[in-house]
Design a protein around this ligand. Structure first.
Ligand code: SF4
Ligand code: SF4
Length: 458
């Protein structure tokens, strides 16, 4: 005969230890609210589970049984794979996008120039929307709400450096070709990129829909994009959690600019390496894209595209930046295993939408856009907010339950989310309870708090 009280006692003590471990990990992650809550609920939890052991009534056996059943239910929904309602519709875009329609391209148009007039004569509906961001101080402006002269100068320095790479994204190809084994060179590039700082690297065939139709930035503005490369290598780099937690303050733009640079550096170096081997290769980095990076990265098996329109990778969620290299060097394709559970979690979650200060993210179901069902963010309202605060905001990234650090505690939750649809609801409820439906404003890391004379700074 099973001793129900003993089983309840073991579960209670194990739960108590786990909750206190979670409290400690949260403390290290500077998640004060989560740490306090894990600690506080560990005590009543322990008392409830120990209670049947101190009483000797028939009721105490029923209580033990109920507690065991509840605990078993949680374990079962974590372990048993059960997908629930999964949307298996195609997510392959049917058309190419024109880079001139991106906010960065529109932001670079100078009023009363030929380019400006030509763009808005063709798209007068955009003019009214864009007039709204043009009256705002602008990204990294000293007049913006979240201006920080030191961190904005750091972000400028990162953007400046990555923009200097534009002369090195492509170049001469070595006349002497080195014939390399496809499998080993693919492994070599992946491992070397990781040594250089990439968290993940994948390869896909370059498809027409990966490419923008027309260039929207810099010298080649308005030129048709022609790229016949066969392969695309996508790589991701991590954005620091503490800096993103300060969203929408200056550390976010510091971090994203820094990681555009890190991803760009790796891509430029790898592209040059491939050209040295005697094969064409081009890096696609901040300000110099011919490809839509999240689509390439998704098809290269690095992640899925979520409600907020960003690539969501398995262990960091949207907390990454991407760079791409297109090439003819024969490579092994990384088979994409589409993870439709991300879309289902996004369907029920909506935390990014609830935390977006510009209401740019939809609360609705996916809609049919250009032939496929997807979520589309209101890029104009997002960018207008950026131009008010001076940073690239990032509140959606910060709020995302997938964006927690890459460690055992959060990876177990991610595993449960992937495994079972009921666990997704439990994970979402827990994320709201421990981290807040609207996570509190993060602090600017101490080392970034450089004192300055405000009068001079403005
Ligand atoms: S916050 Fe939620 S809805 Fe938004 S992208 Fe992350 S998981 Fe999806
Ligand atoms: S970056 Fe900010 S404004 Fe833009 S979608 Fe995310 S939360 Fe909204």
């Amino acid at each position: 005969m099973i001793n129900l009280k003993l089983v309840t006692f073991i579960i209670g003590v194990s739960l108590f230890i786990l909750l206190n471990l979670a409290a400690f990990v949260s403390l290290l992650e500077k998640e004060k609210r989560a740490s306090i809550r894990f600690f506080l609920i560990s005590w009543p939890g322990l008392i409830i589970f120990l209670l049947p052991g101190f009483t000797n009534t028939e009721i105490s056996n029923y209580i033990s049984l109920a507690l065991i059943v509840i605990s078993a239910f949680v374990v079962i929904i974590f372990v048993i794979p059960l997908n629930g309602e999964i949307d298996n519709a195609s997510d392959t875009p049917l058309i190419k996008h024109d880079e001139r329609d991106t906010m960065f391209s529109r932001n670079e148009l100078i009023p009363d120039t030929e380019k400006f007039n030509s763009y808005y004569n063709n798209k007068p509906q955009q003019k009214l929307l864009d007039d709204k961001f043009r009256v705002k101080p602008g990204l990294l402006s000293s007049k913006s709400a979240n201006y920080d002269p030191v961190l904005f100068a750091s972000a400028e320095a990162s953007f400046y450096t990555v923009s200097a790479y534009r002369n090195f994204i492509d170049g001469e190809i070595n006349n002497t070709k080195t014939y390399v084994d496809t499998i080993s060179i693919t492994g070599y590039i992946k491992n070397w990129s990781k040594k250089l700082g990439a968290v993940d690297v994948g390869v896909t065939e370059l498809k027409p829909y990966h490419l923008y139709s027309v260039k929207g930035r810099r010298e080649k503005y308005g030129k048709e994009i022609i790229n016949y490369h066969k392969y695309a290598i996508a790589l991701t780099v991590e954005m620091d959690k503490f800096n993103i937690d300060a969203a929408p303050n200056a550390p976010t733009v510091f971090e994203s600019a820094q990681q555009y640079l890190s991803a760009g550096t790796i891509a430029v170096q790898i592209a040059k390496f491939i050209r040295e081997l005697g094969y064409p290769a081009k890096a696609h980095i901040d300000g110099n894209y011919e490809v839509v990076c999240p689509l390439v990265a998704r098809d290269a098996g690095l992640g899925e595209i979520g409600r907020m329109g960003l690539l969501m990778v398995p262990k960091l969620g949207p907390r990454v930046r991407i760079a791409v290299i297109t090439t003819d060097l024969p490579l092994v394709i990384s088979k994409r295993k589409a993870d439709k559970t991300v879309a289902h979690f996004c369907e029920i979650c909506k935390k990014c939408a609830a935390n977006c200060p510009s209401k740019a993210i939809s609360f609705d179901k996916k809609e049919k856009i250009d032939g496929i069902y997807r979520w589309k963010i209101n890029a104009e309202s997002c960018f207008t907010y950026w131009c008010s605060v001076g940073t690239d905001c990032g509140k959606c990234i910060k709020a995302c339950p997938y964006a927690h650090p890459n460690n055992l505690m959060h990876n177990l939750v991610r595993k449960g989310i992937k495994n079972n649809f009921l666990f997704r609801y439990l994970a979402l409820y827990s994320d709201d309870f421990f981290y807040g439906k609207k996570p509190p404003k993060g602090n600017i890391p101490k080392w970034m708090q450089v004192t300055y004379n405000e009068k001079q700074a403005k």
